[in-house]
Write a protein that binds this ligand. Structure first.
Ligand code: ADP
Length: 308
């Protein structure tokens, strides 16, 4: 059995407009890399962290916290060393913390001979999410582990369903360079919703799932609507309404906030359309003078994977 592996840890879009805390999708061309190594020394040591200014202490880093949760569930007598190479900026809204926690536990599971199921790996990773945002949410870690689109049907007991990904579906993500902490953008949300909004929202969740399975791109587009979270959170994101309308005009199926923002995502049919949407999004931020990162990516179908 190997003693060391290098893995790709995908960025993820959580919520996917209508599915707050339950829907997510993994990306293919944006993500971190990690090297995980077995050691005879017990516990977890983060030996390297490049690309972002984040804590190296095991208890303050989501990779360490998720990894310790896995270790506590094994009778393995050794430990692990972790190297983290961040490409995803913390607080970007594309699952920076989830990439690290899932990369750590997925790789450890491989090195131990796969004693744990994907569902158990999600549960360990959720301990990392709790450190990052104060809540054990699974909408980023589930797609990062399972790949593709995932639905958290229930949190208690945890029940995760991997959803079909239509072949021509591409994502465009723009990240305006302002930081919004998940913990802060959760605080502004209301804790109750009206029945009228609930009816619209669960109609769209059902529509989106049906559209993904039947590969009905128009239905996917009609269903990418969020009546509950977006009206509140979008005020934290500069020029959100302009970016959204420009994306839809450029041919996006739908457009919304990625996770807790400030990244904005759009889904499109085909790479060419996704690139047109990227141009339209960039034009808006170029005009208002906000620096950004932009990504066009197909959906990652496998989740965390070994880099050859
Ligand atoms: P995102 O939605 O992009 O994951 P979050 O705000 O949820 O952003 O997570 C970032 C928070 O998690 C930051 O406060 C950061 O300090 C903390 N954190 C701890 N370890 C890591 C890590 N390995 N990668 C990213 N963020 C981490």
């Amino acid at each position: 059995m190997k003693n060391e592996i290098r893995v790709f840890c995908p960025a993820t879009i959580a919520n996917v407009s209508c599915g707050f805390d339950v829907l997510g999708v993994a990306l293919d061309s944006v993500g971190d890399e990690m090297v995980i190594r077995k050691t005879t020394k017990k516990g977890i040591t983060i030996t390297k962290l490049e690309g972002q200014d984040l804590p190296l202490e095991t208890h303050k880093n989501v990779a360490g916290v998720a990894g310790l949760a896995l270790l506590a569930a094994t009778d393995y007598s050794g430990g692990f060393e972790i190297e983290i190479y961040k490409n995803i900026k913390a607080g970007s809204g594309i699952g920076s913390s989830a990439a690290s926690s899932t990369g750590a536990v997925w790789a450890m599971n491989q090195l131990l001979g796969k004693p744990f199921s994907n569902l158990e790996l999600v549960q360990f990773s959720m301990k990392g999410e709790e450190l990052a945002s104060g809540v054990q949410h699974a909408d980023n870690v589930a797609p990062a582990i399972f790949g593709g689109f995932t639905l958290v049907r229930s949190y208690n007991p945890l029940d995760i369903i991997k959803i079909n990904t239509p072949k021509e579906l591409y994502a465009t993500v723009i990240h305006p360079q302002i930081e919004i902490k998940t913990s802060d953008s959760r605080k502004i949300l209301k804790t109750t919703i009206s029945l009228a909004d609930g009816i619209k929202q669960w109609g769209n969740v059902g529509g989106l799932i049906a559209g993904l399975y039947t590969e009905d791109y128009d239905l996917i587009g009609r269903s990418l609507q969020d009546y509950i979270i977006e009206p509140i959170r979008s005020i934290l994101i500069p020029a959100f309404d302009n970016v959204k309308s420009a994306s839809l005009e450029a041919g996006a199926l739908g457009c919304g906030i990625s996770g807790s923002g400030p990244s904005i995502f759009a889904l499109s049919k085909g790479k060419e359309n996704a690139k047109k949407v990227a141009n339209a999004m960039q034009d808006i931020y170029n005009k208002v003078g906000i620096p950004y990162d932009i990504h066009v990516s197909r959906v990652n179908l496998e989740g965390v994977k070994v880099i050859k």
